[in-house]
Design a protein around this ligand. Structure first.
Ligand code: ADP
Ligand code: MG
Length: 640
C-alpha cells in the first residue's frame, strides 16, 4: 500500500542519539516507566477527545466507549498499547513525535556532565515522555487516526536518527503504539509482570485499561481452539480518577504515581495536599510541591498552571488562573463542580468563582509550606533552596498574603556565618539583643562580598545579627517588605544608623553624632571641602570599628544592586550621592586630623574615599588616578 500513499523520512533533532543513550543508561534499572509514559499519553488523548466531544458529539458517535487496551505477543516479542482517544493527524505526528522533547532539549543536553549519576538526576527534571519507549523497544510503530477523520498515518522509527511517516489508509480512531522489544526486554511480554506494573501506573487514571483474559486451564479449550475467537478482555485497573476517591483510601504510592502522571516528572514529589471543598463553591484540588525546580523555571513561556477538570471531565492543561505566578512551580489538578463545561481561558480570567478558588488554593499552598517549615524543616530547606527565589516574588507582590509569605522567607545571616539561606525572620526576631527593635540587613553581590563589608563592623562587635541578602531580587523585595512582627527593617548601609539602645551609648567615640544639630567638627568640614559635591554629606560614623571610612546610602537612594540591574538594562538613572562616613577613632583619621599640609590631606582623603567605594563593590570613576595617588603615597612611605 505504500505505493499509493506518500512516504517520507525525517531526521530527529541531532540530540536524539545522545538523549537515547542517556536514557538507556540512567533509566535502565527503572525501565518499566515507559509504560507509565504511554498510558499517560493514551489517557491524555482520551481526556482531550472527551472534552472535544462536548461541543462536537458526532466525533465519538461510532465509539464512545473510551478505553486503553494492552496486547502482548510473546512470540513476536511485542507490546501494543491502543487507545480510542483523539489521535493525531499526519502533521501532528510529525510535529509531536518528531521533536523528541520540547524546546530546550539542546540546552538540557549541554548541562550533561558525562557522569552517569549526575546525569540520571538531570533527566528527572526533564520528562522524556513518548521517547522513553525506546529504552525497551528497538523499533516503534505508531498507527494513529485523528478524531473526525477516516484515514490514518503510520509512524515508524528505531529511535536513533530518523523516523518515517506514511499513510495508513482507513483505520479506527485513536492511536496504537506497537513496540518491537529489544531482546533483553522480553520480560514485558509476560502477562503477570505487566499486570503488576499496570496496577501501579494506571490505577489512578479515570479510564479503563484492559488486557486479554487469561484462560484458566488450557484443556477446556482444546477443541474450540481450532476456530479462532476474538479475544476476551478484562479491565485491570480501578478506573476511578484518583482525586475523586477519599483520602483515607489512597496510599502514598498512588499519590506519587499520580504526580508523575500530571507533572511529567520522574521523581517523587516533596509533598501534596488533597482536598474537597463543599458549600457555596464545590471543587476538589490535589496540589503537589515538586522536589526540584524544572530546568525551565525561569523561562517565561514554560508551561505552568493546573490541569482543570469540570465534573471529572478534563477541560485544559496549564490553567494558570488558579494560582498566582509566584506559585507556578505547583503541579496538580483542580476539578470544579460549578464551572460550565465550555469554559474558556478568557472566561477563567474574569470569573469570580475562579478568583475565589485561586485565593483558597493560594492559602492552601502557603499553609502546606508553613506546616512543612515547622514539622519537616529539612524538607522545607530543600524546598527553599529550589524555589525560594520564586516565593520572594510573592512576598513582594501579594499584599493579602504578605505575612504568611514573610514567615516563609529564609536568608543567609552573619550568625550562621555561611552563604546558606537558613534563617527565617521569626528566628531572627527571637534572637534579637536587648533593646533591639529593628531587623538589620545588608544587600550585596555575594555572601563573601558582604561578609567583609565595613558596614558590618559595629554589628560584629556588638553581637547583633545581620541578614545578608545577595539574590538579584532582594533589593526589590526589601523595598516592599516594610515590617515583620511589628519590627521595621533597616538596611545597614543606608541613612543614619540607629543601633539598639543607642541613647545610652554616650560614652562611645561617636556620641557626638547623637545630636544632629551640633556644629560639625573641624575635621568633618575639612574633609567635606575636599570631597565637595562628590558626596551628599560627611559625618563621623557609628558603623565602623576597624575601617577608616565607608559610604552610606541616603534613605531614599536606590540600592547598589538595583542600580546595577537598571543600568545594565540601559536605563539612565539620576545621580545619587553617598554619605561619606569616617571613623574618628581610627589612627589614620587621628593622623589626618593633625595633617598640616593641605595637599597631602587632600591626597589622603581622596584615597580613603576611593577605598570606601571599592569596599562597596562599586567601580571607581577614575581608577588610574587612584593608582597614581596610592603609588605616590607608597613611595613617600618607602623613602621616608
Ligand atoms: P507529553 O505527554 O509530555 O506532551 P510525550 O513525549 O509523552 O510528551 O508526547 C508528545 C506528544 O505526542 C503529546 O503531547 C501528544 O500531543 C502526542 N501523543 C503522544 N501519544 C499520543 C496518543 N496516544 N494519542 C494522541 N496523541 C499522542
Ligand atoms: Mg506524555
Amino acid at each position: 500500500m505504500a505505493e499509493q500513499h506518500t512516504s517520507e523520512t525525517f531526521g530527529f533533532q541531532t540530540e536524539a542519539k545522545q538523549l537515547l543513550k542517556l536514557m538507556i543508561n540512567s533509566l535502565y534499572s527503572n525501565r518499566e516507566i515507559f509504560l507509565r509514559e504511554l498510558i499517560s499519553n493514551a489517557s491524555d488523548a482520551i481526556d482531550k477527545l472527551r472534552f472535544r466531544a462536548i461541543a462536537d458529539p458526532h466525533l465519538v458517535a461510532d465509539d464512545s466507549d473510551f478505553q486503553i487496551t494492552i496486547d502482548l505477543d510473546k512470540e513476536a516479542n511485542t507490546v501494543t498499547i491502543t487507545d480510542n482517544g483523539i489521535g493525531m493527524t499526519r502533521e501532528e505526528v510529525i510535529d509531536q513525535l518528531g521533536t523528541i522533547a520540547k524546546s530546550g532539549t539542546a540546552e538540557f543536553l549541554h548541562q550533561l556532565t558525562g557522569d552517569d549519576q549526575k546525569d540520571a538526576n538531570l533527566i528527572g527534571r526533564f520528562g522524556v515522555g513518548f521517547y522513553s519507549a525506546f529504552i525497551v523497544a528497538e523499533e516503534i510503530e505508531v498507527l494513529t487516526c485523528s478524531a473526525g477523520e477516516t484515514d490514518g498515518t503510520r509512524w515508524t522509527s528505531r529511535g536513533e536518527d530518523e523516523f518515517s511517516v506514511d499513510d495508513a489508509g482507513e483505520i479506527p480512531r485513536g492511536t496504537q503504539v506497537l513496540l518491537r522489544l529489544r531482546k533483553d526486554a522480553e520480560e514485558f511480554t509476560d502477562d503477570f509482570r505487566l499486570r503488576s506494573i499496570l496496577r501501579r501506573y494506571s490505577d489512578h487514571i479515570g479510564v479503563p485499561v484492559r488486557m486479554r483474559k487469561q484462560k484458566m486451564s488450557s484443556s477446556d479449550d482444546d477443541e474450540s481452539s481450532e476456530t479462532p475467537q476474538t479475544p476476551e478482555y478484562e479491565v485491570v485497573n480501578s478506573a476511578t480518577a484518583l482525586w475523586m476517591r477519599s483520602r483515607s483510601e489512597i496510599d502514598e504510592s498512588e499519590y506519587k504515581e499520580f504526580y508523575k502522571h500530571v507533572s511529567h516528572d520522574f521523581e517523587d514529589p516533596l509533598s501534596w495536599s488533597h482536598n474537597r471543598v463543599e458549600g457555596k463553591l464545590e471543587y476538589t484540588s490535589l496540589l503537589y510541591i515538586p522536589k526540584r525546580a524544572p530546568f525551565d523555571l525561569w523561562n517565561r513561556d514554560a508551561p505552568k498552571g493546573l490541569k482543570l477538570y469540570v465534573q471529572r471531565v478534563f477541560i485544559m492543561d496549564e490553567a494558570e488562573q488558579f494560582l498566582p505566578l509566584y506559585l507556578r512551580f505547583i503541579k496538580g489538578i483542580v476539578d470544579s463542580g460549578d464551572l460550565p463545561l465550555n469554559v474558556s481561558r478568557e472566561i477563567l480570567q474574569q470569573d469570580d468563582r475562579v478568583t475565589s478558588i485561586r485565593n483558597a488554593l493560594t492559602k492552601r499552598v502557603l499553609g502546606m509550606l508553613d506546616t512543612m517549615a515547622k514539622k519537616q524543616p529539612e524538607d522545607y530547606q530543600s524546598f527553599w533552596n529550589e524555589f525560594g527565589e520564586v516565593l520572594k516574588e510573592g512576598a513582594g507582590e501579594d499584599f493579602s498574603n504578605r505575612e504568611a509569605l514573610a514567615k516563609l522567607l529564609r536568608f543567609a545571616s552573619t550568625k550562621e556565618n555561611s552563604n546558606k539561606k537558613t534563617v527565617g525572620l521569626g528566628d531572627y526576631v527571637e534572637r534579637m539583643i536587648e533593646n533591639q527593635d529593628l531587623i538589620y540587613y545588608l544587600t550585596a553581590e555575594s555572601y563573601e562580598n558582604a561578609s567583609n563589608s565595613p558596614h558590618l563592623e559595629i554589628f560584629k562587635e556588638r553581637g547583633i545579627e545581620v541578614l545578608v541578602l545577595f539574590d538579584r531580587i532582594d533589593e526589590w523585595l526589601m523595598g516592599s517588605l516594610t515590617e515583620f512582627d511589628g519590627k521595621s527593617f533597616q538596611d545597614v548601609m543606608r541613612g543614619d544608623l540607629k543601633l539598639p539602645g543607642e541613647e545610652s551609648d554616650k560614652d562611645k567615640d561617636e556620641a557626638e553624632t547623637d545630636s544632629e544639630d551640633e556644629e560639625p567638627s573641624a575635621l568633618t568640614k575639612r574633609i567635606k571641602s575636599v570631597l565637595a559635591d562628590r558626596v551628599e554629606s560627611v559625618r563621623p560614623s557609628k558603623r565602623l570599628t576597624n575601617s577608616p571610612a565607608c559610604l552610606a546610602l541616603g534613605d531614599l537612594a536606590m540600592g547598589i544592586q538595583m542600580r546595577k540591574i537598571m543600568e545594565a538594562s540601559g536605563q539612565s538613572l539620576p545621580e545619587s550621592k553617598p554619605h561619606f562616613e569616617y571613623n574618628p577613632g581610627h589612627p589614620l583619621l587621628k593622623k589626618l586630623d593633625e595633617e598640616s599640609d593641605d595637599e597631602r590631606f587632600e591626597e589622603l582623603v581622596l584615597v580613603l574615599f576611593d577605598q570606601a567605594t571599592l569596599a562597596e563593590g562599586a567601580p571607581l570613576t577614575d581608577a588610574a588616578a587612584y593608582v597614581t595617588r596610592l603609588n605616590r603615597l607608597l613611595l613617600e612611605l618607602l623613602s621616608a
